[in-house]
Ligand binder design. Structure first.
Ligand code: SAM
Ligand code: ZN
Length: 362
């Protein structure tokens, strides 16, 4: 059944630039047995998109997401449940889905911004057919991690210039991604366009919103933080050099944060001066070596992401409703706001191509 779906998806791909059908030329050396034997996809307007390492690449050159590519290839397994032996990713995914993973049985799922595969390795084991798209070379790490588990389709491409069929997927999952794109609302719209009528969209987004009154008052202090000047420099550096710098920073700050993180009030101040990730208290059951790896990984993530936007739950809800979606849940949780919405069975207007607007990075 899933191979028929994969054939259908492959046959429905369009050129992300011209929205016309693609034809497929196998290279002489094509390796059989991988989902995409190496070759080229061409469009009638002259575009040529390579398939390399079993992955179609609908990208040209580097992008704002290149640092994510480095991050997930250097730390390909650090956040995977299959590596930590815990179920942190599963808990987050099930909370966002609003149901256990078993409910994905028989569903065709699109995962956008799949990174190294912390959610891919779980989705792939439960749904009928999984398709992944990610803008960066993270697709290589993802494919190495997840290909041995079960067949799936993965491609390198921008969800805002997507080759994938519209109104097709039962469930579209996009976690940890939208805040890092150039225009979060444009990305939400692009994601919703791939959900079939009656299907579900599962997303999250960074927020500055706080649950309590005191928290709301203190949120103004978010701007007093060493993160801002350090990130302004690092995100403009070559990702390899930026990673050297963030690893040095982690080595310097980690012994301090390891102590301060034991006292919440002290750590609230310390983390603004020593802005590295510190998960020793969040994951007390994990081997400290693994936690240190996570600290290195997330310090790089926080300090080098090119775009970092924040939205309140009200903003996310209002925007999803403006697209004509029924919002089933939209609340604070995990890394910010977590939302679940359903595309109505009739009458939604999401199929016209959406030109992504570009805004300045923050
Ligand atoms: C912070 S990582 C999260 C990865 C994974 N979802 C996780 O939670 O571990 C963000 C991912 O989104 C990808 N990404 C960013 N912009 C994208 C876009 N426009 N289309 C598809 N993927 C994108 C990046 O390449 C990166 O792998
Ligand atoms: Zn084209």
């Amino acid at each position: 059944m899933s191979s028929a779906i994969f054939d259908d998806v492959k046959g429905s791909l369009v050129c992300p630039r011209h929205h016309v059908a693609l034809s497929y030329e196998k290279r002489f050396s094509a390796r059989e047995g991988v989902p995409w034997p190496d070759g080229d996809m061409t469009c009638s307007e002259g575009c040529r998109w390579a398939i390399g390492g079993g992955i179609p690449r609908f990208v040209s050159g580097t992008s704002y997401a290149s640092s994510f590519g480095l991050q997930w290839n250097r730390y390909p397994r650090t956040e995977l449940d299959s590596y930590t032996g815990k179920s942190y990713s599963r808990q987050r995914l099930e909370r966002c889905l609003g149901t256990p993973l078993e409910s994905l049985q028989g569903k065709v799922v699109l995962e956008c911004g799949s990174g190294a595969g912390r959610f891919t390795e779980l989705l792939i084991q439960h749904c009928e057919a999984l398709v992944c798209i990610d803008l960066s070379s993270a697709v290589d790490a993802n494919f190495r991690n997840c290909r041995p588990i079960h067949p799936y389709l993965i491609m390198q491409g921008d969800i805002n210039a997507s080759p994938l069929p519209l109104q097709y997927f039962d469930v579209v999952v996009c976690l940890g991604v939208i805040q890092h794109t150039s225009n979060p609302e444009g990305t939400l719209r692009s994601l919703a366009r791939h959900v079939k009528p009656g299907g579900h969209l599962i997303v999250d987004h960074y927020t500055r919103e706080r649950g309590s009154k005191l928290g709301r008052l203190l949120s103004h202090l978010d701007y007093i933080d060493m993160v801002h000047p350090i990130r302004a420099v690092l995100k403009r550096m070559k990702p390899e050099n930026a990673m050297r710098a963030t690893n040095l920073l982690t080595a310097f700050c980690d012994p301090i944060r390891r102590r301060t993180s034991k006292i919440r009030a002290v750590d609230k101040v310390a983390r603004r001066l020593f802005p590295t990730a510190c998960y020793y208290t969040k994951f007390p059951d994990l081997d400290p070596k693994v936690v240190y790896e996570m600290n290195q990984l997330d310090t790089f993530d926080w300090l080098t992401d090119y775009y970092k936007y924040f939205r309140s739950s009200k903003q996310i809800r209002t925007f999803l409703e403006s697209l004509g979606l029924e919002v089933n849940s939209c609340q604070l949780g995990g890394n910010g706001v977590e939302a679940r919405a359903t595309v109505p069975r009739t009458g939604h207007q999401l199929v016209t191509p959406a030109a992504p607007e570009h805004r300045h990075a923050v």
